[in-house]
Design a protein around this ligand. Sequence first.
Ligand code: CIR
Length: 254
Amino acid sequence: MMFKQAIVRKPSRSISEGLTGADLGTPDYQQSLLQHQSYTNMLTALGLTVTQLPALDDLADATFVEDVALLVDDVAVLTRPGAKSREPEVSFMAETIREFFTEVHTITHPGTLEAGDIMRVENKLYVGLSDRTNEAGVAQLASIFAPHGVDVIRVKMSEMLHLKTGVNYLSNKQMLVCGEFVGHPAFADYECFEIPEGEEYAANSLWINGSVIVPTGFDKTASLIEELGYPVVRVDTTEFRKIDGGLSCLSLRF
Ligand code: CIR
């Protein structure tokens, strides 16, 4: 699988009010803009054409575009975030998605789904049943993808914010795992590499066309990934981490 495009959205002026369970302080707006630009530049350097959407200054978490849409080949799904404050982000993303996709589905009440809970592995979608994603949302997703031969596999979870907070697919049947996903039966058929202790945030490293973006400052994880043969590049995400955002959350890739 190769990605050609990405969609990102500039951080909001209100980013310091983003939802968070982390105890790392509040993000600095100016710094978040710089880090976001570096992230965007890295996607470009890795060969993607990046559409950079304008900030939605009143929606603190809107830079985490991954959560509001799922793009799988020719099919797009607009999600319905479980976090109430994030619901309005969807309609803003809808316009952009319709420019690129003709088949666009939506998740509707009573379903909730945030695509940070969805990890694609070839023609499978692993979906975490988290506080943000419920069974009704996953059932809708499964019926959307059934005609496309894409399987939806539920993953029980209880600790992390999103599925991809703790597990991310690289390629060649290799995954990065930490916390509640270490030894999780859903991933028994894969080669799972446990993130070194203290570096759990780097479980959300991002495979892009053979290379892997690792957050700056997580050198043990970077070495582990390099030893597997993937070229590693680094992007600083300290400001996004303060509101539970990682590398994958910051873009939609297709
Ligand atoms: C939230 O709690 O919704 C945001 N502060 C962070 C979202 C991170 N998104 C992701 O992991 N896909």
